[in-house]
Design a protein around this ligand. Structure first.
Ligand SMILES: Nc1ncnc2c1ncn2[C@@H]1O[C@H](COP(=O)(O)OP(=O)(O)OP(=O)(O)O)[C@@H](O)[C@H]1O
Length: 255
């Protein structure tokens, strides 16, 4: 995915700007920065949910705005904040929504199998039949992951993208780690590239390959963890004074 001269403003206020970036396939790219820095807005642009920007994003060699929504839905899934709070829906029905881009009226046997596998991947079988709204925050988050995974499942050989806005919200430590490890495994299995917004800097350092640091609407740094998530940048952009602990050649922070 190539990003060239992207600029998104609302009423003359700059919301998200990236001059030039290349998000290499098969990697985990994390967007980091303080609250209000423009991370979610950038994710919306990159995932095709926000088309009103200047510049160009190209996705699999074609301008993102040239993709039809239905085509895009077969190639990328988006985990957004605060979805599906408005109406009752059964867990398995919600996960099946991930398959909507792939069938016309009725789910095929293959769609049903994929939903069952996605539910199993997140240990959700015991919630089949339950109303999504009756689940805890962490359980809901796992159902939303399962929906995204069901969406990018299959079509072997086709490159897919997963966009994750604060995926670790509501998850306990065990599920946070399990989820991040699962992402690593899925990259190869589904020919994936992952772009996520994450607030936990240490988990980001541990699991990310490439980072975009947003500050006041601008991408001010990009590259690997040692460059972007340096002690200096913690001080300059996050306004914290962390202690640094080195582990396996990488710096982690104690705040
Ligand atoms: N529709 C809108 N109208 C006005 N301002 C907006 C709109 N959408 C986003 N903004 C503003 O753009 C800025 C960036 O928002 P964004 O949600 O991208 O930040 P963020 O980095 O994801 O923040 P957080 O970490 O708090 O989730 C914020 O100041 C926000 O208030």
């Amino acid at each position: 995915m190539k990003i060239e001269g992207v600029e998104f403003s609302i009423k003359q206020q700059l919301i998200a700007q990236v001059e030039d970036a290349y998000l290499e396939k098969g990697k985990i790219h994390f967007v980091v920065g303080k609250n209000g820095a423009g991370k979610t807005s950038l994710l919306k642009i990159l995932s095709g949910l926000e088309p009103n920007y200047k510049g160009e994003v190209s996705f699999l060699g074609r301008g993102l705005r040239d993709w039809k929504m239905e085509e895009l839905a077969q190639r990328r899934a988006v985990l957004s904040q605060s979805n599906f709070n408005a109406f009752p829906i059964k867990v398995e029905e919600l996960v099946m929504m991930g398959r909507y881009p792939f069938f016309q009226q009725n789910a095929t046997q293959k769609d049903k199998e994929i939903v069952a596998k996605a539910l199993a991947l997140f240990e959700l079988q015991k919630f089949v039949g339950r109303d999504f709204l009756s689940l805890s925050g962490g359980e809901r988050q796992r159902v939303l992951f399962a929906k995204c995974i069901a969406q990018i499942w299959g079509k072997e050989g086709h490159r897919k993208y997963l966009f994750l806005d604060e995926p670790l919200t509501y998850l306990d430590v065990e599920y946070q780690v399990q989820f991040l490890q699962l992402l690593r495994d899925l990259i190869e299995r589904f020919n994936l590239t992952i772009v996520g917004v994450i607030h936990d800097i240490n988990l980001a350092i541990n699991y990310g390959d490439n980072f975009l640091l947003m500050h006041a609407g601008k991408c001010v740094e990009q590259g690997d963890g040692s460059r972007v998530l340096s002690r200096e940048n913690m001080q300059k952009y996050f306004k914290v004074e962390p202690h640094v602990l080195e582990h396996q050649g990488r710096d982690f922070f104690v705040f």
